[in-house]
Design a protein around this ligand. Structure first.
Ligand code: AMP
Ligand code: ZN
Length: 111
């Protein structure tokens, strides 16, 4: 399958990995929108949030996010977790992922 995040998950494409376990991989975003911008993916290919069948994947992803933010010591100052879905959500890579944005104040509402 021609999916860039699958290729990152299998290490066919190099990334700057910040966390990895059996089910989840997290790496630095190639086009960071904040001083800290990490992308968290399931290793399994799931195209959009609409395609999740086993919702246990969210537990695995959010456990990983919890570890990452504590490891990076951004848990106290705060951070934003974002998941974009389809056209109106601004999704550009069709393998589900959660952005962790941190290191500056995040405006609300988003554009
Ligand atoms: P989204 O727009 O929510 O689909 O987010 C996709 C994100 O993946 C964007 O923030 C991109 O900068 C990021 N991205 C795309 N290709 C790579 C890559 N090879 N390594 C790291 N991040 C990437
Ligand atoms: Zn994929």
């Amino acid at each position: 399958m021609d999916c860039i995040f699958c290729k990152i998950a299998t290490k066919e494409i190099k990334s700057s990995i910040v966390y990895e376990d059996e089910f989840v991989l997290a790496f630095n975003d190639i086009n960071p929108q904040a001083p800290i911008h990490i992308v968290v993916i399931p290793k399994e290919h799931i195209a959009t949030l609409n395609d999740v069948i086993d919702f246990g994947i969210y537990e695995k992803i959010f456990k990983a996010i919890n570890k990452i933010v504590k490891e990076l010591k951004i848990d106290k100052d705060g951070y934003r977790v974002v998941a974009n879905c389809n056209r109106n959500g601004g999704q550009t890579v069709f393998h589900i992922h959660f952005h962790i944005l941190a290191g500056r104040y995040m405006e609300w509402p988003p554009g």
